[in-house]
Design a protein around this ligand. Structure first.
Ligand code: PMP
Length: 414
């Protein structure tokens, strides 16, 4: 028998009564600005330069389908079972060979923890290192998903001045000194040194070691997030900070940009003495990473020329980035500035002084194009004159048309 629904007034009272049950932490969880815009992006006719979805069309789908079927038919009882909280031995070994392609040649499977994407690795790092009120330093701007995680755990996020070549080491040193003078503790620096989200910036070679040295001197850990490292358009990835600093860096990797984000597989590589707690923190959320997805990833890495596949992605993204820059050059009014990416997914555009990017969002959607305003990517208060444009998931013609529409909106606002 169906129980009748309570009337509206009763349901509202329940919602009110339950409101007081939320933890302070839950009230800090915000919907990602990118997710908001992502929902809007699905509207027909709209060109989305907002979401940073990878290009997956050239994956060997038929062969992956065969592998998936074989895995279930031949190894179903393992593929559909619980497994190790740290991830399978086979995948952790394969991840070490992936990292070797990025110049991290000393990684051992024992120090790798498989996570459900780099996002969950970030969550583990925050839970393991930060009490409410502890300080995390970030580039400015930085990845919105990291800011949301830090906020959810009541971390005090301090943006550090950065330019088109990444973090400024002197500003980093000054930020650590200022926090220490307040009697607070900086737990880690969160950094995306290569083809950063959202700025596309690459930390300059002559700043890289200095950044780690400044942190080491203050006993501040470096959390290096490197999802785009292999997507250098010239095929020469910048050397990860982790490559030369195994004891000072927790390194986050992911299959989301080199294989498929839907598998939700990433990893962290940590010094042996840090790994155990990170692994336990991850385990208490997911028990174990998905066994089937891990097996599929191992087969993909073993059977296919995944390095060649990444090479082909670089070409796709390079062509799209060039199309975006060319469109910006021909369409944007004077005074608008943008970065020229050398890898990754993003162009960072800055409007002439007085314009607030957020106020352009509604007219842009009206005009049929969507972007992410810069205010989503900073812990600093106030409006932002910058915005993020993503070229990764849009074909050249649509990029050109999207940029033309945006230029029209900016021109009207000037
Ligand atoms: N870090 C950065 C800098 C990212 O851009 C993203 C995804 N957009 C993530 C982490 C999360 O990636 P994953 O799919 O591996 O969770």
């Amino acid at each position: 028998m169906n129980t009748p629904l309570p009337d509206v007034a009763t349901r509202l009272t329940d919602a009110h009564r339950h409101e007081t049950l939320f933890s302070a932490r839950a009230l800090h969880i915000k919907q990602s600005a990118v997710r908001n815009v992502f929902d809007i992006s699905m509207r027909p006719g709209l060109i989305s330069l907002a979401g940073g979805n990878p290009f997956l069309q050239t994956l060997p789908m038929d062969e992956l389908g065969d592998i998936a079927r074989d895995l279930i038919a031949e190894h179903g009882a393992t593929a559909l079972q619980y497994g190790s909280g740290q991830g399978t031995d086979e995948l952790r070994r394969a991840i070490c060979t992936v990292m070797a392609e990025e110049a991290i040649t000393d990684a051992v499977p024992e120090n790798v923890v498989v996570t459900t994407g780099a996002q969950s690795a970030l969550d583990a790092c925050t839970r393991v290192f930060c009490d409410p009120g502890d300080v995390v330093l970030t580039e400015d701007p930085t990845y919105v998903g990291a800011l949301n995680t830090f906020e959810a755990y009541e971390v005090d996020v301090r943006p550090v001045d950065s330019d088109e070549h990444g973090l400024l080491p002197d500003a980093l040193e000054a930020a650590i000194a200022a926090v220490t003078a307040e009697g607070k503790r900086v737990k880690f620096l969160y950094t995306i040194p290569s083809f950063a989200n959202p700025s596309g910036a690459v930390l300059a070679a002559d700043r890289r070691q200095r950044v780690v040295d400044v942190c080491r001197a203050a006993n501040v850990l470096v959390v290096e997030d490197n999802p785009y490292g292999m997507l250098a358009f010239d095929g020469e990835p910048a050397r990860p900070l982790r490559a030369d600093n195994p004891d000072d860096v927790v390194y986050l990797g992911t299959f989301s940009k080199i294989f498929a984000p839907g598998l939700r597989l990433g990893w962290l590589l940590a010094p042996a003495h840090l790994k155990r707690r990170l692994y336990l923190a991850n385990e208490c959320v997911v028990l174990c990473p998905p066994a089937f997805n891990q097996m599929l990833a191992v087969e993909y890495l073993h059977r296919f020329d995944w390095v060649g596949q990444v090479r082909s992605y670089r070409e796709v993204y390079r062509t799209r980035a060039e199309a975006m820059v060319a469109a910006l050059e021909s369409a944007m009014p004077d005074g608008v500035q943008w970065t020229t990416p050398t890898g990754g997914f993003f162009v960072w555009l800055t409007l002439p002084g007085h314009l607030d990017a957020e106020t352009l969002l509604a007219p842009a959607i009206e005009a049929g194009v969507v972007f992410v305003p810069g205010s989503a990517f900073t812990a600093a208060d106030g409006p932002s004159a910058s915005l993020r444009l993503s070229f990764s998931a849009v074909e050249e013609d649509a990029i050109a048309e999207g940029v033309r529409r945006l230029a029209g909106v900016i021109r009207a606002a000037l």
